[in-house]
Ligand binder design. Structure first.
Ligand SMILES: CC(C)=CCNc1ncnc2c1ncn2[C@@H]1O[C@H](COP(=O)(O)O)[C@@H](O)[C@H]1O
Length: 181
């Protein structure tokens, strides 16, 4: 059983299928006995993944900066809610408290979080699995572009191999569990 950090969209105007994906992810994660670590928001896919985990009996840890609490977007139903003084300290706490990272479809905040944990992994600053869920080809354009980095010598092949790209929720959790042993 692991603490799995999920990065995903906070948008309130998403197509329902993305919210459903987040709900399914939270549910599957909880059914497998894992704890959800999240950015502690109650909006968009962030809210859906936490609600999905709790509906399946899972434990949820939200980590959110005070500024977002003040905007009333905190996941007040979280089993544990850690409040930080800023976005940087929040990200550090999310990384420290997690055993693995799973990125679902998202926007700029999601990409920022993915690239930080992946970069840290390439520098051996942690040895935690980093998995990207490319559901329905959401990330295929990005993945294609990333695949050009090593041939162009902008990244090393071993660094590229640290990002595990999968196309379904079960495959994502299987990949994390296999790497955690
Ligand atoms: C209107 C309002 C203040 C909405 C609340 N907005 C947010 N609440 C909580 N975490 C967020 C928020 N925006 C970005 N994040 C962080 O960035 C990611 C989502 O950003 P995005 O929607 O992909 O770019 C999340 O994983 C979360 O950790």
């Amino acid at each position: 059983m692991a603490a799995i950090c999920v990065f995903c969209a906070s948008s309130r105007t998403l197509d329902q299928r993305w919210l459903d994906l987040a709900t399914v992810t939270g549910g599957e994660l909880a059914r497998r006995g894992h704890t959800l670590v999240s950015g502690g928001g109650c909006v968009g896919m962030m809210g859906a993944v936490a609600d999905g985990a709790r509906a399946a009996g899972g434990h949820t840890l939200g980590i959110i900066p005070q500024a977002l609490v003040d905007l009333e977007v905190a996941d007040l139903h979280a089993d544990e809610l850690v409040i930080t003084d800023g976005m940087a300290s929040r990200k550090t706490a999310m990384i420290d408290k997690s055993d693995a990272f799973l990125t679902l479809p998202g926007g700029l905040g999601t990409l920022d979080e993915l690239f930080e944990v992946w970069t840290m992994a390439t520098l051996s600053m942690h040895h935690k699995p980093v998995v990207l869920l490319d559901q329905d080809g959401f990330y295929s354009g990005l993945v294609n572009w990333l695949n050009g980095l090593a041939p162009g010598s902008f990244a090393r092949k071993p660094a590229m191999d640290l990002l595990v790209v999968v196309d379904s929720v079960p495959a994502a959790l299987d990949a994390i569990e296999a790497r955690l042993g």
